[in-house]
Structures are given as structure tokens and as C-alpha cells.
Design a protein around this ligand. Structure first.
Ligand code: PEP
Length: 275
């Protein structure tokens, strides 16, 4: 069993499946059923698989994976746990906000995580760092764990401004964010230019980015909070062939998977490599 050196707790690997707007409700249901069978296999460490379907499929997927009431979760018969995540939230609990979905509504469906600030939302829906900040706070207030996505564009990288982009997104996105007790934050380093491209970054670049992120986090949180409450993961064209390079204990502790999470055979191979 892998132990976290700082607090001696069992280390957890996060595998996040971002299904985007790619699956019908039936396809999402079938995939969740297949993956819930996958959790019956034995593993060496704790793996949390977070399924993030479209809002329309949350009810069905929630019923399949069962949230905290899942028998496997309670009996602890194995260490792969399926959890439910949303692909976005709105930052008010209730009100006249046509078309938006609140953290309270998501909690009712046993959603535990929410992807915040995905580059596709930043690019196509004008989401900015201020929105990201409000959404992170709304998640934490409602006991949801935010999965904050940050990453540089191809142009920023070409100009040698990767660190500048990451520092800007972190500084604005985490303004006045406090983490207390068991509140968690996941930061997904996702270089925008490799998302959906079939070619991940050089793992060395991802590790350098994780180190930059860790340094910036020290401006916001104590080392203890960083060690115990914050997880940094990598996302961008992860597959079974490259995933091992992107999970490095203490630095990168999971992956966010888009394309390869849509096909059971591909996604279960990624899980197999990590378990
Ligand atoms: C993503 O959508 O965040 C993502 C990482 O997608 P892909 O794995 O397809 O690059």
C-alpha cells in the first residue's frame, strides 16, 4: 500500500472521466454499468474514479454508482470507488438564473465533484478566472470538491509564457479561497494545446508545471493544507500507453481523461495500468 509521506495516510489516485457532451443518456448509463463492474477487481491502492456525465445523465449514473451508499464503498471490499462529478456548476444556490444548475441541485443527486474552468468553457463560453473563483467558492460552501482546470495555450507556450499563464489562472481563480478541515481541491493541469489531440505533453513538462503550481499554492495555503487537502493531476490526451508517466506520487496524483474515457475498453485499460 502506498503511503503519503507527510500524513501517513493511504495515497489516493484520482481518475476523472470527462464525458463532455459526447454520449447519449443511454450510452452514459451503459458505460457507467460496465465501469461499476470494473470496481469489483482487487487493487493495491485507493483509486477514485470520478464519472462526469452530462447533466441530463446524472440521475441515471448516480443510481448506478450509488454515491456514498454504494455497498462496495461501505464494506470496503475493494479500493476502487466510483464517484459522481458534474462538468460545471453555477455559483448561486437558487434564483432566477434560467438554464443554470446550482450546487444544491447537484448535491441532491449525490454529486461529489465539479469540473470548474475547463478550457472548452473558457474558450467557447467566455468563462473567465473570476467565474472560476466564484464557482470554486460555491463548490466548497456546498461540500463539493472543485476540479479546477488550468493550462497554457499553444501560443502562451510558444512565447515561453507557460508559467505566467498558470500563475495568472491560479492567482485569480483562488483569490480568497480557504480550505478548512476536510475540504478538498483538485487542480488539473491541462495544457490546452494537447486536449483532444491524441498526443500528450512530454511528462517532464507536466512535472515542471506541477512544481510551478505547488510553489504558487504556497502563497494561498499552508504546506499542511497543500499536502493534505490539495491534489494536482494531469489532463490532455491520456491513454493506457502514456498514463503511467503522468502519475508521480507527491506531485501528480491522477489524471483527467476525455476521449479515452468514452470507450469502456480504453478507459478500463487506463484503470488497469494504475491499479
Ligand atoms: C479534457 O477534456 O479535459 C481532456 C483531457 O480530453 P482528452 O483526454 O481527450 O485530451
Amino acid at each position: 500500500m502506498v503511503k503519503n509521506k507527510k500524513n501517513n495516510m493511504t495515497q489516493k489516485t484520482h481518475i476523472i472521466a470527462n464525458w463532455k457532451m459526447q454520449l447519449s443518456n443511454q450510452e452514459a448509463t451503459d458505460l457507467a454499468v460496465a465501469l461499476s463492474r470494473e470496481t469489483k477487481s482487487s487493487v493495491q491502492k485507493q483509486i477514485e474514479i470520478i464519472l462526469c456525465p452530462s447533466f441530463t445523465a446524472l440521475v441515471q449514473v448516480s443510481a448506478i454508482i450509488g454515491g456514498d451508499s454504494s455497498p462496495d464503498f461501505r464494506r470496503g471490499q475493494n479500493d476502487i470507488r466510483l464517484q459522481l462529478g458534474a462538468q460545471n456548476i453555477f455559483y448561486h444556490d437558487k434564483g432566477a438564473y434560467t438554464g443554470e444548475i446550482s450546487p444544491l441541485q447537484l448535491k441532491e443527486l449525490k454529486v461529489k465533484y465539479a469540473i470548474i474552468g475547463h478550457s472548452e468553457r473558457r474558450q467557447f463560453l467566455n468563462e473567465n478566472d473570476h467565474d472560476v473563483n466564484l464557482k470554486i467558492k460555491a463548490c466548497l460552501l456546498n461540500s463539493l470538491t472543485p476540479i479546477m482546470c488550468i493550462g497554457e495555450t499553444f501560443e502562451e507556450r510558444r512565447l515561453g509564457k507557460t508559467a505566467v499563464a498558470l500563475i495568472r489562472q491560479l492567482t485569480r481563480g483562488l483569490e480568497d479561497v480557504k480550505l478548512e478541515n476536510d475540504q478538498k481541491l483538485i487542480i488539473a493541469y491541462e495544457p490546452v494545446w494537447v486536449i483532444g489531440r491524441g498526443q500528450a505533453v512530454d511528462p517532464e513538462e507536466a512535472l515542471q508545471a506541477a512544481q510551478i503550481i505547488k510553489r504558487v499554492l504556497l502563497d494561498f495555503f499552508t504546506p499542511e493544507i497543500i499536502a493534505n487537502n490539495i491534489t494536482i493531476i494531469y489532463g490532455g490526451s491520456v491513454d493506457a500507453g502514456n498514463v503511467k508517466n503522468f502519475v508521480v506520487p507527491g506531485l501528480l496524483e491522477g489524471v483527467l481523461v476525455g476521449s479515452a474515457s468514452l470507450i469502456f475498453e480504453k478507459f478500463s485499460k487506463i484503470i488497469d495500468v494504475l491499479k
